[in-house]
Design a protein around this ligand. Sequence first.
Ligand code: GDP
Ligand code: MG
Length: 162
Amino acid sequence: RQPVLAVVGRPNVGKSTLVNRILGRRAAVVEDVPGVTRDRVAYDATWNGRRFVVVDTGGWEPDARGLAARVAEQARAALDTADAVLFVVDTTVGATDADEAVARVLHRSGLPVVLAANKVDDSRGEADAATLWSLGLGEPYPVSSLHGRGSGDLLDAILEAL
Ligand code: GDP
Ligand code: MG
């Protein structure tokens, strides 16, 4: 079967926008309102002639235990079928408690993780992206899912992880 890349992260960090960027077409539903994208939608992707499956996640809201617990649970569920994980963080916000909870889940999973420092729309965001080394998941790849900046390097890293 094709290798599977699970895309995880908090609501509104740009997961679906990044999935569209990876697919090279507007396929995943992108909404300004968090929680609108359907849960765990799978798409066929190709980069440099290699095929893989991208699984977008979303479609939920924080429950009584709070956002961090809910996001971590969502990440855990996505890992079941994944060969590698694309963890998306909003660089304009920085690493939140929920991001750190997900990072712990991912670290324990032993799966290869590619860390996307999203919303780096210009060079000024590069320094902020570097602060995400603190998540302990290796090199943060600065990317603008909206404009495409950095997406080639990110996709190369994804292929290496899969
Ligand atoms: P998701 O909930 O993680 O799937 O996030 P979405 O893909 O729905 O994006 C949430 C919001 O962030 C939307 O308004 C997007 O247009 C915006 N967004 C996503 N990627 C970027 C980016 O690289 N730069 C900027 N400035 N905004 C982005
Ligand atoms: Mg989404």
